[in-house]
Design a protein around this ligand. Structure first.
Ligand code: S3P
Length: 167
């Protein structure tokens, strides 16, 4: 498998955990795009969105994605929840011939994790906003090459193994 893998899906679907586990099973490195942005800018994604607005964050995100994709050593990339919904980002990913994997988790599971986690998510402030975003993004997420249904009980090891079986 020479193609690199990008993991996408809604906030709380498990992108970072599954990408880390997938990289462990493949014995390769992985990058979480939000961590990359945070390290580079010295601010969390939430801070950038709150201080500069979502549009500025999206610009930084696209630049970060472009740079991460330049590094051929990075075999697995966990995107942010909105990265894949931006057409220019999908074009970049296609140009680099990455396999796109959508972690299709039910909204309630994502929402439970969003609430339980310590990560601040300004784009999912309340249930209604998060649900509207979840619904409207599905059409974009569905453009991914490999949808993987995620259940609450699926451990990251099993999801990563399922992704590997399909490639
Ligand atoms: C976002 C998701 C976040 C982060 C930013 C915007 C989104 O990443 O990139 O807050 O638009 O869904 P996670 O999906 O890792 O929470």
């Amino acid at each position: 498998m020479n193609r690199r893998i990008v993991i996408l899906g809604f906030m709380g679907c498990g992108k970072t955990t599954v990408a880390r586990e997938l990289a462990r099973q493949l014995g390769c490195s992985f990058v979480d795009l939000d961590f990359f942005i945070n390290e580079r800018s010295g601010r969390s994604s939430a801070e950038i969105i709150q201080q500069d607005g979502e549009d500025s964050f999206r610009d930084l995100e696209t630049l970060a994605l472009r740079d991460v994709l330049q590094d051929k050593q990075t075999r697995v990339i966990a995107l942010g929840g909105g990265t894949w919904t931006i057409p220019a980002n999908r074009t970049l990913i296609a140009l680099h011939d990455c396999l796109s994997v959508w972690l299709d988790a039910p909204f309630e599971l994502c929402w439970e994790r969003i609430n339980a986690g310590r990560t601040v998510r300004p784009l999912a402030r309340d249930r209604e906003t998060a649900l509207a975003r979840y619904e409207s993004r599905r059409v974009d997420y569905a453009l991914a090459e490999r949808p993987i249904a995620v259940d609450e009980l699926d451990p990251a090891e099993a999801l990563a193994a399922e992704i590997l079986r399909g490639i």
